[in-house]
Design a binder for this molecule. Structure first.
Ligand code: NAP
Length: 301
């Protein structure tokens, strides 16, 4: 089967694009490599998405998916690893070897957690080094942990972990946070949270499992015993597989404007993988609708 619109990425951008595409009468397939709902499924509470005073990210993700499927979108849990174009037909090849064809393509691949880039980080992933407090926080119940970062993810992670961990060290490289003041205030009320400001993690300590971190504040070094380190220093795009179809900016994001167009006819980008100043749920769903309508206009032209 050749779909009208193939969508790579089942996060808020991709699923919104699917809903809009289906409502315009197009056949749509969404490919997602990991979790439908995307990054937002890691947020314990979303309180800034219009229409919901408070909702868990996982539930919101489920609702995006339910809505897209209700409109007729098909979904597959598959990791797209390459795309080729023969005339107007785009063929997406997946890690499993499966191939899917579409007349138009929307790349809504999102972004993956940024790594600290310090020694032994990759080796200790799963043995103390984590990138998702919602997914892995429960393993550290009653234990001391650290969170690194100063954005909303780090603040939310620290809040969540402070409910179950004995102590939470929030390590940030500046003297103020980029995340919401309301979350910072909530953290200040927690007795088991310690702010470690103007500081960077310089080493990961322990053997096969993390036992502590070395933190540098100016010229001073301090060792903090923790069994878990939650790295929450933002996300970076992973668009290498699509490099021949789209132009990338200096940071590796898809160089495309709000129209979501790319240099390739019939190929569009949407969501966090696109060059933009504000990466939020609301801007991702905005992109999803813009990209789908652009794809529909291109298909109908
Ligand atoms: P972010 O806002 O980009 O924050 C990343 C943080 O990590 C910044 O404080 C940054 O420090 C720090 N950082 C970056 N590289 C670092 C490094 N190499 N070493 C140490 N620290 C480093 O990322 P985010 O918190 O993941 O949030 C991403 C977007 O999603 C944001 O727009 C956020 O508001 C949104 N979000 C929304 C919700 C929600 O509930 N609606 C939840 C989570 C996230 P500097 O401040 O010094 O640059």
């Amino acid at each position: 089967m050749i779909y009208d619109i193939l969508i790579i990425g089942g996060g808020p951008a991709g699923l919104t694009a699917a809903t809009y595409g289906c409502r315009a009468g197009k056949s749509v397939l969404v490919l997602e490599k990991e979790t439908f709902g995307g990054q937002i499924t890691w947020s314990p509470k979303v309180e800034n998405f219009p229409g919901f005073v408070s909702i868990s990210g996982a539930e919101l993700g489920d609702r995006f998916m339910e809505q897209a499927m209700e409109q007729g979108a098909e979904v597959e849990l598959e990791e797209a690893v390459s795309v080729s174009m023969e005339g107007e037909i785009k063929t997406v090849t997946c890690a499993s070897g499966a191939e899917f064809k579409g007349r138009s393509l929307i790349i809504a691949a999102g972004a993956k957690p940024r790594m600290l880039g310090i020694e032994r980080e990759a080796e200790l992933v799963g043995n103390g080094v984590c990138y998702c407090a919602v997914c892995d926080g429960a393993f550290y119940k009653g234990k001391a942990v650290a969170v690194n970062g100063g954005g909303n993810s780090a603040l939310q992670d620290a809040l969540l972990l402070s409910e179950k961990c004995s102590r939470v060290y929030l390590i940030h490289r500046r003297d103020s946070f980029r995340g919401e003041a309301k979350l910072v205030e909530a953290l200040k009320q927690r007795q088991n949270v310690e702010f470690v400001m103007n500081s960077r993690i310089s080493a990961l300590l322990g053997g096969d499992e993390l036992e502590g971190i070395e933190v540098k504040t100016g010229e001073e070094s301090r060792e903090i015993p923790v069994e878990g380190l939650f790295v929450a220093i933002g996300h970076a795009p992973d668009l290498g597989a699509f490099g021949s179809l789209i132009e990338l900016d200096g940071g590796g994001y898809a160089a495309s404007g709000e129209d979501c167009l790319t240099k390739s006819a019939g190929v569009f980008v949407a969501g966090d993988c696109r060059e933009k100043t504000v990466r939020q749920l609301t801007t991702a769903v905005s992109d999803g609708s813009a990209a789908a309508l652009a794809a529909c206009a291109w298909l109908d032209s």
